[in-house]
Write a protein that binds this ligand. Structure first.
Ligand SMILES: [Zn+2]
Length: 209
């Protein structure tokens, strides 16, 4: 996929195919959205959140950043979470990490990448906290895979401590929090944690490293 024109041509073909199946497909979505899911994933080009889950327009509210991070100081992700929970009233929030993540690989290296070092500081903290377990992994692949799970658990934990989620839980069980890891080599999603619906389960998420 190298041509800008090809992207536009593909878009027209995609829209035409959906309209052929349902002539009102786009018109029905024009004025409103009511997604059931918020997905927070990595910006990696090999991890297309809607494509890999078969989501159609209107199914999924999406936020992506490098390493699928949920920082308590990031107005971007916090705004997305607030809008998704309070306005769209999503039932599920999924943090989706993935295998062979460049952000996690970078966090294993010494600092020296400018602003990216600030962005992945949380991953470096996760590595420090779980160094014993990670050092016990049998191979680099196994270590990176486990780090992707620990990173997802860390972000689900951070999600559970956001004011928006705590407010929502004070009046009910919605939203349910989930953590997944996507395997780039197979195209498969695996659950790391599912259906967290309160502070107690959320605080028990991470093993001590
Ligand atoms: Zn990544």
């Amino acid at each position: 996929m190298e041509s800008i024109e090809k992207l536009i041509a593909n878009n027209r073909a995609w829209a035409d195919a959906l309209k052929a199946r349902d002539p009102e497909f786009f018109a029905k979505r024009e004025n409103d959205q009511a997604p059931h899911f918020l997905m927070i994933g990595c910006s990696d080009s090999r991890v297309p959140l809607e494509v890999m889950t078969g989501a159609l327009p209107g199914d999924m509210f999406v936020h992506r950043n490098i390493g699928n991070q949920v920082y308590a100081t990031d107005f971007n992700v916090l705004s997305v979470i607030q809008f998704a929970v309070q306005v769209l009233r999503v039932e599920h929030i999924i943090v989706c990490g993935h295998s062979n993540c460049g952000a996690l690989r970078a966090a294993e290296q010494p600092a020296g990448m400018g602003i990216l070092d600030h962005w992945i500081a949380g991953v470096r903290n996760t590595i420090r906290r779980h160094r014993g377990e990670l050092d016990g992994c049998g191979s680099e692949d196994e270590r990176l895979r486990r780090l992707s799970e620990l990173n997802v658990l860390q972000q689900v934990g951070a999600l559970s401590r956001t004011p928006t989620v705590l407010d929502a839980w004070s009046t009910g069980k919605r939203p349910l929090l989930h953590g997944w890891v996507y395997d780039i080599g197979t195209g498969h999603l695996d659950k790391v944690v599912e259906a967290i619906d309160g502070v107690e389960r959320a605080t028990a998420l991470l093993p001590t490293g």
